[in-house]
Design a protein around this ligand. Structure first.
Ligand code: ATP
Ligand code: MG
Length: 315
């Protein structure tokens, strides 16, 4: 069983009931949903059979309890999750627009969940096959330090690093954020990025040129997630592999990328061929968008296998 360590934000998400709902006036909000990109990925990786530990912090409140209950039920190891008696759990308020875009108000850096850190690198990284880091976690100076620490600790111990830039566009003006993301991207063995993110960080003309640069520099796997259009896999010395997006009714796209990532990492690190892990990840991402709530669409490997059999029977 592959052993994975994820680090970063744990939060609850409140979803606006209506498209284009105002956040200046009272309205209906649905939630709290357990969330936080690394937490969603950890949850899905555990459901797909990986041994996962999460590093994070929640407040001593009901929001934190709901996140921890969900993660515990999925089998995520919580030994490195701290409950901060003096802070509250982070909250994100998300709304969707008619144009299909999404915007967040985050209560993150200033809350308990903003103060995550792996205090004992030796204990935390012992026996770990891969550390997964995300750009969304680099939201403050302390958070940048916390993830760079784990990145350096993994490199020093020869542990593979997986990285999803998960860029927050509003942060691109912050030098420490961009520098940290570029540094981790340059040293990661596995890269799972959204379309355009690698271009934003590397300045190349296309995602495939970026992938070529990264595989030439030592990355063993680069995956580009393309939403409803599926995903593309790049391996050193091989032709790219494209999987088309599966036809589903998109209810809530938040969390699909992390559900995709958790599936891919659990299966690939567990020994599955990268191209087959890609197909399962593509299926998991499609199933994730059918449910409201970032973790609501996470699925076990048994469910994914059953869905894959049904999909292949229909074609
Ligand atoms: P985020 O914007 O939250 O960071 P992401 O860019 O990391 O998301 P997406 O590309 O949106 O991730 O979704 C991940 C994967 O999930 C896609 O590569 C695809 O396999 C699947 N997926 C996402 N949206 C859809 C959809 N509408 N229909 C079918 N599959 C989808
Ligand atoms: Mg993403």
């Amino acid at each position: 069983m592959a052993k994975l360590l994820c680090i970063g934000e744990i939060l609850v998400e409140m979803v606006a009931e209506q498209v284009d709902q105002s956040r200046r006036e009272p309205g209906h909000w649905i939630g709290p949903f357990p969330s936080g990109a690394p937490a969603i990925l950890a949850d899905q990786a555990a459901l797909c059979g990986a041994e996962v530990s999460l590093v994070g912090t929640v407040g001593a409140d009901e929001f934190g309890e709901s996140c921890l209950a969900r993660l515990r039920a999925s089998g995520v190891g919580l030994d490195h999750v701290r409950v901060d008696e003096h802070g509250t759990t982070s909250v994100a308020f998300v709304k969707y627009s008619v144009a299909g875009s999404r915007s967040f108000i985050f209560h993150l850096a200033e809350s308990a969940s903003g103060r995550f850190r792996l205090n004992d690198l030796d204990a935390g990284l012992r026996g770990v096959d891969c550390v997964h880091l995300m750009g969304s976690s680099a939201f403050s100076t302390g958070a940048v330090d916390a993830i760079v620490d784990v990145f350096d600790g993994a490199a020093a111990r020869g542990i593979r690093v997986s990285f999803d830039p998960n860029i927050r566009p509003e942060m691109l003006t912050r030098t420490e954020y961009v520098q940290a993301l570029r540094r981790i991207l340059g040293g990661a063995q596995l890269v799972l990025a959204s379309e355009g993110e690698l271009q934003a960080l590397l300045g190349e003309q296309s995602d495939s040129a970026c992938a070529a640069q990264l595989t030439a520099g030592g990355a063993e796997v680069v995956v580009i997630k393309r939403g409803a259009r599926g995903a593309t896999l790049f391996l050193p010395g091989h032709d790219e592999v494209n999987v088309p997006g599966l036809a589903v009714d998109e209810v809530d796209p938040t969390g699909a990328g992390d559900c995709f990532g958790g599936t891919f990492l659990a299966l690939y690190l567990g020994g599955m061929e990268a191209s087959e892990a890609l197909r399962y990840a593509n299926l998991a991402g499609a199933m994730a968008v059918e449910q409201r709530g970032p973790m609501s669409g996470n699925r076990s490997i048994a469910d994914l296998r059953a869905a894959a059999r049904q999909t292949s029977r229909r074609h």
